[in-house]
Design a protein around this ligand. Sequence first.
Ligand SMILES: C[S@@+](CC[C@H](N)C(=O)[O-])C[C@H]1O[C@@H](n2cnc3c(N)ncnc32)[C@H](O)[C@@H]1O
Length: 356
Amino acid sequence: MAFYDKPAEISAFNAKFEAQKIAFAPVAFQVARCLLKFDILKAVDDAGKQGISLSALTDKLDTSEYGISVLLDMGLSMGLVWQQDDNFILDKVGYFLLNDDMALKNLDFTHHVCYQGLFDLDKAIETGTPAGLQVFGDWKTIYPGLSQLPEEAKRSWFEFDHYYSDHAFPEVLALLFEHKPKHILDVGGNTGKWSLACTKHDENVNVTIMDLPGQLNVALANAKAAGVGDRVHGHETDLLDESRTFFAGADTIWMSQFLDCFSKSEILSILKRAADVMTADSRLYILETFWDRQPYEAGAYCVNATSIYFTAMANGNSRMYHSKDMMRLIQEAGLYVDQDTDDLGLGHTLLACKKK
Ligand SMILES: C[S@@+](CC[C@H](N)C(=O)[O-])C[C@H]1O[C@@H](n2cnc3c(N)ncnc32)[C@H](O)[C@@H]1O
């Protein structure tokens, strides 16, 4: 990690400007979203290097002249567009907002899942509960409610989750199958994407998905539809209930983007229960995005911002961890890290653990 280890080199004058940007950050966010939603940025992009005037944009688009002008003027201040004479021209940040799929997924998730609930971030911090989640329902954590979220929130939650894991899965699949697993326990298997990838990769492997009932039903239906229903099995559980033990028939345990859904004490309890069903030959794989292991500062920014989703919306007590915290918990649970691989997928780390 080559960032966050020295004070910013910035003048007081510019630092004061940065403080104003933070004060108006939700405004900037919603302006960016509207410039995308109403195709204004796209129309500016389509106009190329010579750009396009406000009146030409008004003729072209369904949005009012007032709407376009007020959004684009803020777009100038945000560096999304620049102006030459009367024409607006797309600038670099605007280009990436329009074309970078990670920025689009993050924006979509922030708007549909987090935005309203973030109003209650202070209450979440004070109470250690996901106080923002009440905008969607009365669940203790977001996970039992995932399949019942409003349509747009549900779509963007799954797209966000899958965007990150989909990028990592092809690379980690090869690493996992180096050890020729026969039966994989996919803990928090969600919609079954990993189980389907494993059963496609190896025609003999079996997978048992352990998850809450809502997700498990969807995952098993997906496995059946993919023709691998006989090799993808279900084990319904709620791992917040410490009396629930792990499925014991697997040689390999897989936890992808899973432990970040739990507090440190919950992780310790989960890892101890995993260790209880492991033998000296078993392997437990943990795939996570640790903020300190990101190759670029942009990655650490996204990972730390995602932590706040866990605080306000998901459960009020979990986060994207520093890798040292996870290492301590792994040790305390009676396991050790046998293999530690960074820079997989989009800033993912794979920890292969064995029993001490
Ligand atoms: C962030 S998703 C990870 C999905 C998938 N493993 C991936 O990499 O894309 C977390 C998963 O953990 C499950 N989960 C959350 N809380 C749980 C609990 N208390 N018991 C069992 N599963 C839980 C959720 O239902 C969800 O499927």
